[in-house]
Design a protein around this ligand. Structure first.
Ligand code: G4P
Length: 301
């Protein structure tokens, strides 16, 4: 992404209540056999807790790529391959419709087959396997747990950052899930991560400058999915023009003007973000496992 004219913006985030949640996770991880991290398939890198390796403390891991219904299937396949190459089990789901969710218990049993054999060797036949479920706020964790459990076991629709106490959920098949509060981290490793979390509604977009967020998002779309920009907003995805110019052109095409005839950038930015959220731009994934920064652990615009 170097060389593109993304605007810089101030992303402030005060996760005071996250400290307590993090402590709960650290204290309880020793009780489980495996850790399941739920990611947003549209932003598998940015929706990943950067401390996951230390939080999961060497436990076998299942990565769930949720919201597959909104992500680019080709990119989801590539992300799947990427996480498998790191040694994790991977499941692709659309928790809202329930697609892929049936693969959860089999995936855990396969992941823990050696652990099951160890238990059997110790005479603990049929011992319950315990899995901690982690994910950022709003990633679909409650929806997924409820689908897996076949009942309303976790409170869905929580506002980002709402903490809940420890909750064990038996899902049958000898599996118990430990639900955890959705957590974010104190500092994003780049502005891009913060923006992608805002665009996908993991953090409230209204803590950011909406116009700049919209301009940068428009530029990102023009780079990755020029056809979607052309089709939906009837403008040329000219990345050299910059995000604000593209936003302005889209606003004019839509007839979004303020008095005096200037383009209404705020209205266009809000429309763009809303339409992306509603899936009107198509199935779009916003980052790729090829991003050099994945290896470096940090990315700059
Ligand atoms: P959380 O526990 O991780 O905080 O998330 P929760 O299950 O409450 O889900 C947040 C929103 O995301 C819910 O919609 C839920 O229906 C939706 N969702 C969860 N999984 C999927 C999925 O795989 N695909 C799609 N398209 N949506 C999913 P909501 O409360 O109505 O909010 P929203 O839909 O307006 O974001």
């Amino acid at each position: 992404m170097n060389g593109q004219r993304f605007e810089s913006m101030n992303i402030q985030w005060y996760p005071g209540h996250m400290t307590k949640a993090r402590r709960m996770i650290e204290e309880n991880v020793k009780l489980v056999d495996a850790v399941c991290e739920i990611l947003d398939a549209r932003i598998p890198y940015s929706s990943r807790n950067p401390d996951i390796d230390s939080l999961a403390s060497g436990k076998p891991r299942l990565v769930i790529l949720n919201r597959c219904d909104l992500a680019d299937p080709k990119m989801t396949a590539r992300w799947s391959a990427y996480f498998k190459s790191l040694g994790f089990a991977v499941l692709e789901t659309d928790a809202k419709s329930g697609k892929g969710v049936g693969g959860f218990a089999p995936a855990i049993r396969t992941l823990l087959r050696d652990r099951l054999k160890e238990y059997e060797a110790k005479g603990q036949v049929g011992r319950t396997l315990r899995v901690m479920v982690l994910g950022i706020p709003n990633v679909g964790k409650s929806t997924l747990i409820n689908k897996v459990a076949g009942r309303k076991a976790a409170a869905a629709g929580d506002k980002p950052g709402v903490t809940r106490g420890r909750q064990w959920i038996g899902i049958g098949n000898g599996l118990d899930l430990l639900d955890t509060p959705g957590i974010l981290w104190p500092k994003f490793d780049s502005q891009e991560v913060g923006e992608l979390l805002a665009v996908t509604n993991a953090i409230k977009a209204d803590i950011l400058d909406r116009e700049t967020l919209g301009a940068n998002f428009m530029l990102r779309l023009a780079l990755y999915y020029p056809e979607a920009v052309r089709e939906r907003y009837k403008i040329e995805p000219d990345v050299q023009a910059g995000g604000f110019a593209l936003l302005e052109r889209a606003a004019r095409k839509r007839g979004f003007l303020v008095s005096g005839g200037d383009a209404d950038l705020e209205r266009m930015a809000n429309t763009l973000l809303k339409e992306y959220h509603e899936g009107k731009l198509g199935k779009l994934t916003l980052e790729s496992p090829d991003d050099r920064a994945l290896d470096a652990g940090k990315r700059d615009l």
